[in-house]
Design a protein around this ligand. Structure first.
Ligand code: F6R
Length: 643
């Protein structure tokens, strides 16, 4: 979703901003813009469509300034258009802002500001921010000039009382104005602001929407996402909720705010691991296929060092054996693909540890007043670590006294920071909007968690743990095996490509895999797909089956294999075109399926890790055949930072 970039230093800002915006592209957006200080004014350029479009239009503006802010917008309030793209400017054009998040009381603020004479140029919720800052700034500037006049009259004026030369470490007028403006806002925000009368300065504010700031030899950078920050930065300050930061070309100060008092504070910092951040698709045609092929590595990296001396350890969980033992319920909250990984985990946690486990989409959990007690372990799963609903659910659960454990792919992300403990999924940066390798990282991490809970409850003995861990490790080689030959997948894709709709079915683990397979297909190929537990077919969905209708069945070896087979037969007799994911050696299924994609034999508990791979490949293949954009499907964003 939306992304923010800012730079102030001794280099031309525009190329640095464009480079940062390109690094934010993977998040999904529909317009982009930058604002750069040019002498005593601010020049803003916005374009709809791709960053390349914005970049192409820049030469005519001859931007040379060394302080600027930029933004990629994913439309929420108002259509994608140049007028709605950020940066937004104040009425007199002297102040520019970019904003991530949602201003919930924008309509009321807009009405008040319009009554006060402000003219709005966009339909966005964000534009109220710049007008609020404009009002606050002129009021503060007026007060400051009155003070200066008084000091002049009394002959007491000292350099630090001047509006332009604030004491080092004291907030500037712009910082105070941003702080005042934030006081009127309800919602979530990451804001960067510039004012022409304070050259070289950027002021940032945050509430529930991330911002990081880093210093390099040539200037100071700010971004909503560490991956957008210049490579010259090796450590970033992570702005906390409610803090305001002020950047100039050489340094930055962070303030906490209490009422109208701003106190300088030392921010939390984080070293950047650039290896995890490499976004290079190498020999691959797109990031999605590259990331699908990375899955064996993700499995190995996520498992590395976990099973030592006959015992499984997840020290990041930050729970003692006694605390683990007290857990009497697990509640997993997540969205989208992460939710599907959680569905698999429910089976494992209940099956191995015999602890009741609920799985719920975060957007429902957060508004439902769920039963969560101090003995509930809440697990929040999020690739990006910044999904707004998942974060809200975490906060809710912690208020209710639960321990929250995060599983995320992004170092230092809000989910990581707001949870009591965190496992990183070791997928490294995932660029394609459709999650693939991070799903695998989540599955493996959740499997480890289920094993740990079973170990601590004494339900799995050392020998069983050893055997399970060894089989889990083998899935890396099995995934490699699947990836070697995608011919069967391609034949199935050709058979499905012209369909208008498809159905995915499975039972147990296969039901969760079917859900994820259907989501992948919808996302990248825009082909309507539904997933059902196979046993539900007769209760309604079977009405959809007609000759040629694609039915994709997860029919790997499992205690319910025979049941799935009879569900396939029921569909087949009604003319369905069946694609089956089956276990190597299963030739019987060929009698009922038009296309069989075999995968290596694996324990049912681990089958989602391997069975999902052909479905990821199938979705991508169908999308390619239908001429879709693989890495950036329409309407989707990589990080869903608004609810
Ligand atoms: C699907 C996909 C989304 C995300 C969902 C949650 O391919 O990527 O469904 O899984 O938006 O995102 P995270 O895991 O970042 O919380």
């Amino acid at each position: 979703m939306c992304g923010i970039i800012g730079y102030t230093g001794n280099r031309p800002a525009a190329p640095i901003l464009i480079e940062g915006l390109k690094r934010l592209e993977y998040r999904g957006y529909d317009s982009a813009g930058i604002a750069v200080e040019e002498g005593d004014r601010i020049q803003s350029v916005c374009r709809t469509g791709k960053i390349a479009e914005l970049e192409r239009s820049l030469p005519q503006f001859h931007l040379t300034g060394s302080c600027g802010i930029g933004h990629t917008r994913w439309a929420t309030h108002g259509v994608p258009s140049e007028a709605n793209a950020h940066p937004h400017l104040s009425c007199d054009g002297s102040i520019a802002i970019v904003h991530n998040g949602i201003i919930e009381n924008h309509a009321e603020l807009r009405r008040i500001l319009e009554e006060r004479g402000h003219t709005f140029l966009s339909q966005t919720d964000s534009e109220v921010i710049v007008h609020l800052i404009e009002d606050a700034y002129s009021m503060l500037a007026f007060e400051a000039s009155e003070d200066d006049d008084l000091a002049d009259a009394e002959g007491k004026r000292t350099p630090h009382t001047s509006t332009s030369e604030m004491l080092a470490g004291e907030p500037s007028l712009l910082a105070q104005a941003v702080s005042m403006a934030c006081g009127f806002l309800i919602g979530s925000w990451a804001i960067c602001a510039m004012v022409a009368s304070e050259p070289g300065k950027i002021v940032c504010a945050r509430k529930e929407s991330p911002l990081v700031i880093g210093r390099a030899a040539t200037g100071v950078h700010v971004a909503s996402d560490v991956s957008a920050i210049s490579d010259a930065v090796s450590e970033v300050a992570v702005l906390a909720d409610g803090q305001i930061a002020e950047l100039d070309a050489r340094m930055f100060n962070v303030f906490s705010v209490a009422g109208d008092v701003m106190t300088r504070v030392n921010p939390e910092t984080m070293k950047l691991d650039r290896r995890a951040d490499v976004a290079d698709r190498g020999q691959y045609a797109d990031f999605m296929i590259k990331e699908i092929h990375e899955q064996p590595r993700v499995i190995r990296d996520t498992l590395e060092g976990r099973f030592d001396g006959g015992e499984l350890t997840i020290s990041e969980l930050a729970l003692t054996h006694e605390e683990l033992n007290l857990i009497d319920r697990v509640c997993i909250i997540a969205c989208g693909t992460s939710y599907h990984a959680a569905l698999v985990a429910k089976n494992l946690i209940e099956g191995w540890a015999r602890i009741p486990c609920e799985v719920e989409v975060a957007s429902e959990f957060r508004y439902r007043d769920p039963i969560v007690t101090p003995s509930t372990l809440v697990v929040a799963v999020s690739q990006s670590g910044e999904t707004a609903d998942t974060l809200a659910a975490i906060r809710d659960a912690r208020i209710k006294g639960a321990k929250v454990f995060g599983i995320t792919n992004v170092l230092g992300s809000p989910v990581a920071r707001e949870s009591d403990g965190v496992i990183y999924t070791k997928a490294n940066k995932e660029v394609a909007v459709a999650s693939t390798k991070s799903f695998t990282g989540q599955l493996v991490s959740l499997t480890l968690l289920a094993m740990l809970l079973a170990q601590s409850k004494g339900r799995l003995k050392q020998a069983q743990m050893r055997m399970l861990f060894s089989e889990l490790s083998n899935t890396a080689a099995q995934a490699e095996e699947i990836l070697k030959d995608a011919d069967d997948v391609h034949r199935a894709a050709l058979a499905c490509k012209d369909a208008r709709s498809a159905m995915f079915i499975g039972r147990g683990m296969g039901a969760a895999v079917a859900e994820e397979g259907a989501l992948k297909l919808k996302e990248v190929s825009y082909l309507h797909a539904e997933a059902y537990p196979a046993g539900e077919m007769k209760h309604g969905p079977i009405a959809l089956i007609e000759p040629g209708f694609p039915l994709i069945a997860v029919a790997t070896e499992s205690p319910t294999y025979e049941k799935v087979l009879s569900n396939i037969q029921e569909a087949k007799t009604r003319g369905a075109m069946v694609v089956a994911i089956a276990t190597e050696g299963d030739e019987r299924i060929r009698e009922h399926a038009d296309h069989v994609i075999h995968i290596p034999k694996v324990r049912d508990a681990f089958s989602p890790i391997t069975a999902i791979i052909p479905l990821q490949l199938l979705a991508r293949d169908i999308a390619l055949l239908r001429g879709c954009n693989i890495d950036q499907p329409r309407n989707l964003a990589k990080s869903v930072t608004v609810e």
